[in-house]
Write a protein that binds this ligand. Structure first.
Ligand code: PLP
Length: 429
């Protein structure tokens, strides 16, 4: 068939291709399940766009102060409706996910208040935001204290620990949905829902903030459907659909989102200012495509898990596990294998395919790091990318893929590189 010739031209040998096809043959039902979730989420997004009468006037660029920017105001209504919240802040002035989380926290925590993380150690970049690692302008410098309750060894919430840690000063409870680059399992929306109702029973006035990065549209529901006061994420991950060139979002109660807007711009100004500078088309179109893009990335993650698991590597989550985010870790066991894997991912990229990834000393890391990415938007991790610290267990974290077929080619080429170097043996049957 023609398709094998196309893969041969792409550098995938017949042996690797047919091994991949065997794995995909076993994943039909999983893929159908993913498509159903995407279909549901597509309706959800379209309903929000139709309800708000999105039209061509929304795509006009505003400049300067950005007063009366209709497209900007409407994208926020669309997000609020899709996430089923009272309000939303969706802005190109939010420069990344860490910034969105920083705005959410610093807007709603005042001196003397305490932040309680109930999913253990937060994402690396938040350590400096909170002041776990001493840092200029951290919440700690402003008199906000911090506590954390680790997840139990099986990765579930420690409800007794949470109840014991909640005190008079506890103002915001933070939870991170995705495992990020830790080895714990990712939390499902239903687990987060249970936690929210638990803490609200103890203290109805406590605010719950969910770091939703990498989780959007993976399930039919979002944490905002279950009473999260703020749900926060990055537009160069899932909800930007690969098209948003920058941005972050915060959806939640009007009270919380108002404060976030005042923190982001200035007290008294809030959501009224902030020019959209011509990015609105990509915000709308990216959000419209996001359910499908996330489905493609999920298929890629599940394919990689099952393919590498079959070859004897440890993969997290396992091939059969339910998915609650788009990240897949593959423990390759040696530097040589990490380099080969990343080389394959890089070669499959639409951008920078000719570049060779090599391990390098990155500031802030205690070992070398290798990264493969060839993205239209710099650093975008909804686009196919792989990276990891070059040390035991030599795990690569793999995520994204704007289309399933790109993710598939990337994974096949990663295996091709391992196979050519004699670093894996393909099963006979
Ligand atoms: C990516 C990510 C962040 C931070 O986002 P940046 O855009 O890299 O600043 C925070 N939390 C989680 C779980 C993430 O995956």
């Amino acid at each position: 068939m023609e398709i094998t010739r196309a893969y041969r031209e792409a550098g995938v040998s017949d042996e690797v291709y047919s091994f991949g096809e065997k794995i995909i043959g076993l994943l039909k039902e999983r893929f159908e399940g993913i498509d159903r979730v995407a279909e549901y989420n597509q309706c959800k997004v379209l309903n929000a766009m139709r309800k708000n009468k999105v039209d061509v006037a929304c795509f006009a660029a505003s400049t300067g102060y950005g007063y009366n920017d209709l497209g900007r105001d409407k994208i926020e209504k669309v997000y609020a409706d899709a996430f089923h919240t009272e309000a939303a802040l969706v802005r190109p002035q939010i420069v990344c996910g860490t910034h969105a989380l920083t705005v959410a926290l610093s807007a709603n925590l005042l001196p003397g208040d305490e932040l309680l993380s109930v999913s253990g150690k937060p994402y690396d970049t938040l350590e400096e935001v909170i002041g776990i690692r001493p840092s200029k302008c951290s919440l700690r410098e402003y008199g906000v204290s911090y506590r954390q309750v680790d997840l139990l060894p099986d990765g579930t919430f420690d409800f007794d620990g949470i109840a014991a840690a909640m005190g008079e000063k506890t103002k915001v409870i933070a939870v991170q949905r995705s495992k990020g680059y830790q080895t714990r399992p990712t939390l499902s929306v239903s687990q987060i829902a249970e936690m929210i109702s638990f803490v609200k029973k103890i203290r109805p006035d406590v605010l719950v903030m969910v770091d939703n990065c990498y989780g959007e549209f993976v399930e039919e529901y979002e944490p905002s459907d279950f009473g999260a006061d703020m749900t926060v994420g990055s537009l160069i991950k899932n909800p930007g659909g690969g098209l948003a060139p920058i941005g972050g979002y915060i959806v939640g109660t009007k009270e919380c989102v108002d404060r976030c807007a005042y923190r982001l711009s200035a007290p008294g100004l809030g959501q009224e200012v902030g020019a959209s500078l011509g990015v609105m088309t990509s915000f709308y179109q990216g959000f419209f495509l996001a359910p499908t893009v996330v489905a493609g990335a999920l298929k890629g993650a599940i394919f990689a898990a099952n393919l590498y698991e079959k070859l004897g590597f440890r993969v997290v989550p396992s091939g059969a596990a339910e998915r609650y985010d788009i990240i897949q870790a593959v423990e390759l066991g040696s530097e040589e294998k990490m380099v080969a894997f990343c080389k394959g991912i890089q070669e499959a990229a639409p951008v920078d395919s000719y570049v060779t990834p090599i391990p390098w000393d990155m500031p802030g890391y205690d070992s070398k790091v290798i990264m493969a990415a060839g993205a239209f938007v710099q650093g975008s991790s909804i686009e196919l990318s792989a990276d990891g610290p070059v040390r035991e267990p030599y795990a690569v974290y793999f995520q994204g893929g704007l289309t399933w077929y790109h993710a598939k080619l990337g994974i096949l080429l990663s295996l091709q590189k391992l196979y050519e170097r004699g670093l894996v043996v393909l099963p006979e049957d």
